[in-house]
Design a binder for this molecule. Structure first.
Ligand SMILES: Cc1cc2nc3c(=O)[nH]c(=O)nc-3n(C[C@H](O)[C@H](O)[C@H](O)COP(=O)(O)O)c2cc1C
Length: 345
């Protein structure tokens, strides 16, 4: 593949973000059905992969034609060897994680810790670049802290080291999710670089996407929590309008996820246990769904709706149940989906 073909792979896409737990294969398959273009593995620890672990994370469903693997680590040779393994197992692209804020990762000098070490970061990119010829993206944050917002210079260095695209999450490592994402520097990077810059942060509705398209030069986007709250977001973003999904539809979407999970994990006791665990995890996001309108978006602007509290659900009992954040309600939902005890309801 030539460099320009590899960069084109990331142009004008609305991709599903790499997400630990949330980016499990059955869930990616569901999002793919709703139009997610690029899908990505959960974060894979390169050193663990090389010791024989993490292998299940490299798997993808046949529908995921543009599936990529995200690697985390700090050793250039290790990251390069892991990229080769990922490519051999069918990854269409590699993403390098330079944004993970989690303490255990940062303490080991990987993830967002590398935002503070541009030399090491580019060494890793160059090593991976020379090991594989498939498209290569890197995922950055604005910087490590608000005092050192170095994502534009890191993006340029990443390009020079061989990255085909740069994804920027509009927050610092220190910020976590407290404030709305800031797209100012993402825009600056998009105007500066000649490779695609993928914008990331708080895309929850078609109006968020329209706003970022109008206010910035960014033309590729990455969606994380929006996809966890409503897998049909990819359809909404493509059509430009909100899709109000009824309560019966929400039940059947959950059932579809369960079917995919049982197909993937197996429908024996062990598989069912894993499906249960993932299902309960997903409910913590699904319960946050609310049919936001354009008016809600305008009222919240310029802050993100993702920062807003989810309003109360409507009066119907099932609507209230599906909006509940209560773990005992989540067990009730699980049981009803498992028994298909929502049909004709
Ligand atoms: C549950 C969860 C898991 C995540 N795991 C990863 C990960 O493994 N690798 C990564 O680069 N980012 C990870 N992220 C960050 C997202 O990819 C994304 O950058 C961030 O959530 C901002 O996008 P959003 O506003 O659309 O949610 C995770 C986010 C969430 C909510």
């Amino acid at each position: 593949m030539t460099g320009s073909n590899r960069a084109d792979f990331f142009r004008n896409v609305i991709a599903m973000a790499p997400m630990a737990m949330g980016g499990n294969l059955p869930y990616r398959r569901l999002c793919r059905e709703y139009g997610a273009v690029n899908t990505c593995s959960e974060m894979v620890l390169a050193d663990k992969l090389l010791k024989g672990g993490e292998r299940p994370l490299l798997r993808h469903h046949e529908s995921e034609v543009d599936f990529g693997v995200q690697l985390t680590g700090k050793r250039p040779e290790g990251m390069a060897d892991a990229a080769v393994l990922a490519a051999e197992s069918g990854a269409r692209f590699i993403d390098l994680n330079f944004g993970c804020p989690i303490d255990v990762i940062v303490r080991r000098g990987a993830g967002a810790a590398l935002l503070k070490r541009p030399g090491k970061l580019t060494e890793i990119i160059a090593a991976v670049r020379s090991a594989v010829n498939i498209p290569l993206s890197v995922k950055l944050r604005l910087g490590y802290t608000a005092k050192k917002l170095n994502c534009v210079s890191l993006a340029l260095a990443a390009r020079d080291a061989g990255a085909d695209a740069v994804c920027i999450h509009g927050r610092t490592r220190a910020q976590r999710y407290r404030l709305s994402a800031d797209w100012t520097l993402i825009d600056e990077a998009a105007r500066t670089l000649d490779i695609p810059v993928i914008g990331n942060g708080d895309i929850l509705t078609p109006w968020d996407l329209r706003r970022r398209r109008e206010e910035t030069s960014v033309s590729s986007f990455l969606v994380a929590r929006g996809a966890l709250i409503k897998p049909w977001i990819f359809q909404e973003l493509k059509s430009g309008s909100a899709h109000e999904i009824s309560v019966p539809e929400r039940w059947s979407i959950m059932r579809r996820y369960l079917d995919f999970a049982l197909e993937h994990f197996g429908d024996d006791e062990r598989g069912l246990g894993r499906a249960h665990r993932f299902f309960l995890w997903h409910l913590k996001f699904w319960c946050r769904y609310y049919p936001w309108s354009e008016e809600d978006f305008n009222l919240q602007y310029p802050d993100s709706l993702l920062q807003a509290r989810t309003p109360q659900a409507g009066p119907a009992a099932d609507e209230r149940l599906l909006a509940s954040g209560d773990e005992s309600d989540h067990e009730v939902i699980w049981r009803r989906v498992l028994d298909r005890d929502y049909e004709n309801g």
